[in-house]
Design a protein around this ligand. Structure first.
Ligand code: ADP
Ligand code: MG
Ligand code: MG
Length: 920
């Protein structure tokens, strides 16, 4: 490809720069490869043009022009307009029409289009080039006054809203419809038209007059009649929409760079509003909900542009087109197949039919649900359209987790139905189950989310202005719009459940309530929506976990991933149940079993508390002896669940006072007891606890008496835990179970600690082996979670047989940031203000924590080549952090249970992307 953008002609760049790329007469200057420069829409249009598909001619102004426009304080770059005029002349020649001509006028659309698809986030103006004269010409040419007036009124309102900034319907004030919408609404009421398609030419003519008055009133100027002014203003407005609020919100939510800029496509108009042999629609080459191989979409007869997505009229299913216009349908089906083959991916298509002639207006990779992504990827491998590596790369690892997310318990749904809690049914627009409080506007959704409440956003229909509310919601419910409506598309992209087009819903935005018959839901009332069935219920519904075993396509995809990945995938699991589930999900070992989680279970906590309260070693030993059988039993069950696989068990880690949390207010209790004259044993007990709490109090518990420090101060705890670990292993071996215990020391920072700990472990092990008359193999290793441990990793590896990075603590200690405190106070701000690129507790900080990990790996493996090194922090379940783990050559990652499949896929993607060579 000739990459003109990188042409070295710096000096005269203003002149030499190519800002405009034509697509005309079946040939385009651009191609699908030029996404960054032409935007996704422009690149797609170019590719379709070159493929010989019927695309209305036009040209694309580059994203670089947009960036230059902003760089120079909103001025069009030099040379741009010349190129626009030249390109326009070519389009005029090709179509035989001229912009502004009073006999045969050319009309164009001015369409935004960034490199990354941002559906509906930015603006497009249709029918540009109309004024009183050109409208009259259009009427004469088409002999269709209704069409000419309809095109004109649409143009004035679009141009008025987008270019002149006359505000449209607002999501923040439910009453505030834009003036154009209000005038249209009134006109429909006055003439008895149910839809805008029923408005007569006369009514549309009056509407045009009213629209012009609105423009004069709102802007203190007449509507611009000069078509060249119209074009220039529209191009600048599309550039401007790049930094509009909704576009900025969207990019923030999807982590899209603000520096990409948008391209502008100027394209000759084709008209779907020329009568009943015309129409416009949107279709996917496969079903984006289920992945089924079938054309899926909607269209509207006698309509233009966004009527379909805006949910203004309820559109017909694409299958209907087969009956209504069989020839057009057949042609469209062929084109759809051709495009899917060409792009080797599901396409989301826009088309318009003008007097029975089909035109293609857009093609892009379709957004799809998690389920559809898996089905499409595996189907396409079977169809030999893509290979397994590509299939692996086609599925977002986090989507996999979505497939394992809860859905409503069917028995509970049945119960709710019987109890009369069924409210209504609409379109199953985006799958999943959501329960939350109903709210009726986006800002309220954000507010309630802020106070940690789950909300379901309910709207008549959504628009890009509602986006901030949609990301705050757990589910979305709309009364209008189809499965390609804004609500549906955005919800699928966000992985949110959505039920759309529930026509029975009578929503009263002003009263903040909705009703179906006599059932009323007020703001704050709980509702439940099922995006898989399309049903809506009153009140909360409990959810259940889906069965992994039944996800056969996912299992197949993950088996391909397993062949490809180099990283092992283990799991952080604290109970036998978790182990069983994790093993089913594909875990190859337990990378972290936190023994203290077992301490917190109901019947054990009092024993642990007794142990803490004991004054003497003997008292502690007595309590520990009671704990031993519990721990030993747990370990036995875990070995049994993981038969043949490693189980890494970390000895006690948190500070002791965490086990006395329920006594946080003991001083108050004591004061009350004293004030009310109670004394005796209970008061004594509480006073003792208070004294102990005071003794245990630390200013910085994170850096205090915890981890291996605790084990060295109270060796009897270590002894009990080693006895339980190895005792259970002997029990297991006696039952024919292959236990592979690995004993892991937390928070080691100096060699003296590790030396002493090892001696003690060996001593206890020898004692128990002797007592039981049997030996079992075990490994001794350590967490690496203190910076100093990274630096002395070579020495540590002389004693430790394995390492496991505890990246939660390692991040805290390297950044000097306390996670729990920081997330409350400044970390979110840091991320928002781009002081740091991401929350380092979610996405591994490669430059700091990552660099330290590299040191530890290198030094550790110098002493002990092939040293087994894992990661057991939360980063082990984050795809980008997993890529880093692959890159630095870790042996395995250990995520939480439901992230195991995520990690399997992410590890394979990292292997395929060759993350080892490429940095970032
Ligand atoms: P978006 O990115 O929001 O989909 P588009 O630029 O695709 O915006 O345009 C909005 C609507 O107008 C789409 O339905 C599109 O198909 C239609 N449209 C755009 N350009 C033309 C054109 N030249 N002729 C007819 N319809 C058009
Ligand atoms: Mg579009
Ligand atoms: Mg730790």
């Amino acid at each position: 490809m000739p990459t003109r953008r990188r042409a070295p002609a710096k000096k005269s760049s203003a002149k030499a720069r190519k800002w405009v790329y034509l697509f005309v007469d079946g040939k385009a200057e651009g191609s699908a490869k030029m996404r960054a420069l032409l935007g996704g829409k422009g690149a797609g249009i170019a590719e379709m043009t070159n493929a010989g598909l019927p695309v209305p001619p036009g040209f694309t102004i580059t994203t670089e022009a947009c960036n230059a426009y902003f760089a120079s304080g909103r001025k069009l770059p030099a040379g741009l307009w010349d190129q626009v005029e030249k390109a326009l002349a070519r389009v005029e020649k090709s179509t035989g029409k001229t912009l502004g001509d009073t006999k045969n006028p050319l009309l164009v659309s001015v369409r935004s289009g960034a490199a990354q698809s941002m559906p509906g986030m930015m603006d497009t103006v249709l029918n540009l080039g109309l004024n009183d004269e050109t409208r009259a010409a259009l009427e004469k040419l088409t002999k269709n006054p209704r069409f000419a007036w309809d095109a004109y009124r649409r143009f004035i309102s679009l141009f008025g809203r987008i270019v002149l900034g006359i505000s449209g319907a607002s999501s923040t004030d439910p009453e505030a419809k834009g003036p154009f919408e209000m005038a249209l609404e009134e006109k429909k009421n006055a003439t008895g038209a149910k839809t805008d398609a029923e408005l007569k030419p006369d009514a549309l003519r009056q509407l045009v007059d009213e629209y012009k008055k609105i423009v004069r009133r709102e802007t203190k100027r007449d509507f611009p009649t000069d078509v060249n002014d119209q074009l220039r203003l529209a191009v600048e407005a599309v550039f401007g929409s790049w930094f509009g609020r909704r576009a900025v919100d969207y990019r923030n939510a999807f982590k899209i760079s603000h520096e990409l800029g948008t391209a502008v496509n100027v394209q000759s108009m084709v008209f779907g509003n020329m009568g009943d042999d015309s129409g416009t629609g949107v279709a996917f080459t496969r079903n984006p909900n289920t992945g089924a191989k079938e054309l899926y979409g909607e269209y509207l007869v006698n309509a233009q542009g966004e009527d379909v997505v805006a949910g203004i009229r309820t559109p017909s299913k694409i299958a209907q087109l087969k009956q209504e216009m069989p020839k057009v349908y057949a042609q469209f089906e062929k084109i759809a197949q051709k495009l899917e083959k060409h792009y080797r991916d599901v396409q989301d298509l826009e088309f318009t039919i003008e007097r029975a002639k089909l035109y293609m207006l857009q093609t892009r990779s379709a957004k799809r649900t998690a389920r559809a992504a898996v089905r499409i990827a595996t189907d396409m491998v079977r169809e030999k359209l893509i290979n397994k590596d590509e299939a692996i790369q086609r599925v977002d690892p986090l989507h996999v987790e979505q497939l394992l997310l809860p859905r409503f318990d069917e028995a509970e749904v049945e119960k709710a139905r019987k109890a009369g809690r069924f409210l209504a049914k609409g379109l199953n627009a985006s799958p999943g189950a959501a329960t939350g409080r109903a709210v009726f506007d986006a800002d309220r959704a954000v507010e309630l989310k802020g106070s940690k409440q789950l909300v379901v956003l309910v709207r008549p229909e959504t628009s890009p202005d509602d986006f901030h509310g949609m990301i705050a919601a757990t589910g979305i419910l709309t009364a209008r719009g189809g499965s390609t409506s804004h609500a549906a598309v955005v919800a699928r992209g966000l992985g949110l459940p959505c039920v759309a087009g529930v026509t029975e819903l009578d929503i009263d935005l002003q009263k903040r309530q909705m009703r179906v018959g006599d059932k009323v839901v007020r703001e704050g009332d709980a509702i439940s929506i099922d995006g898989t069935s399309g049903e809506v219920f009153l009140g909360e519904l409990p959810t259940i976990q889906p069965k992994f075993r039944e996800e056969t396509l996912l299992i197949e995809l993950l088996s391909w991933a397993d062949q490809r990945r180099r990283l092992g995938v283990w799991v952080n699991a604290d109970t036998p149940e978790e182990c069983r589930l994790a093993r089913e999900l594909g875990a190859e070992g337990v990378g972290l079993a936190r023994t203290e989680h077992m301490f917190r279970q109901a019947e054990r906590l009092p024993i642990v508390q007794d142990m803490i309260m004991a004054d003497e070693v003997d008292g502690r030993k007595k309590a520990l002896a009671k704990l031993l059988p519990f721990q030993q039993g747990d370990f036995f069950e875990m070995y049994k669940a993981m038969d043949g696989l490693s189980v890494v068990i970390r000895l006690i880690d948190p500070p002791l006072h965490e086990f006395l949390r329920e006594y946080a207010d003991v001083d108050v209790d004591i004061a009350v007891m004293r004030a009310t004259g109670q004394d005796g044993a209970e008061l004594d007990r509480k006073e003792k606890i208070e004294r102990r709490l005071q003794q245990l109090h630390e200013d910085n518990p994170m850096l205090g008496l915890r981890g291996c420090r605790l084990l060295l101060v109270y060796p009897e705890i270590l002894e009990m835990q080693i006895r339980a670990i190895l005792g259970a292993a002997i029990d297991a071996s006696e039952k024919g179970i292959k236990a592979k215990p690995e004993i892991m020391m937390p928070l080691v920072g100096v060699m003296g600690e590790l030396d002493r700990l090892q001696q003690q472990v060996v001593a206890v092990a020898e004692a128990i082996f002797k007592e039981r008359g049997k030996k079992v193999p075990y490994k001794f290793g350590t967490m690496i979670e203190i910076p100093r441990a990274c630096l002395i990793a070579d020495e540590i590896a002389t004693k430790a047989e394995f390492f496991s990075f505890g990246t939660n603590d390692l991040t805290q200690t390297i950044l000097g940031i306390s996670r729990d405190d920081a997330q409350k106070s400044f970390l979110t701000k840091y991320v928002e203000q781009k002081i740091i690129p991401a929350d380092p507790f979610q996405v591994l900080d490669r430059d700091g924590v990552g660099a330290m990990m590299r040191i530890a790996i290198e030094r550790g493996r110098k002493t002990r080549p092939g040293l087994k090194i894992g990661i057991c922090g939360e980063h082990g379940g984050d795809p980008s952090s997993i890529a880093f783990c692959h890159e630095v050559g870790l042996t395995y990652v250990s995520p939480s249970t439901y992230r195991v499949p995520v990690a399997r896929l992410a590890a394979a993607q990292a292997a395929i992307a060759g993350a080892g060579e490429k940095d970032r």
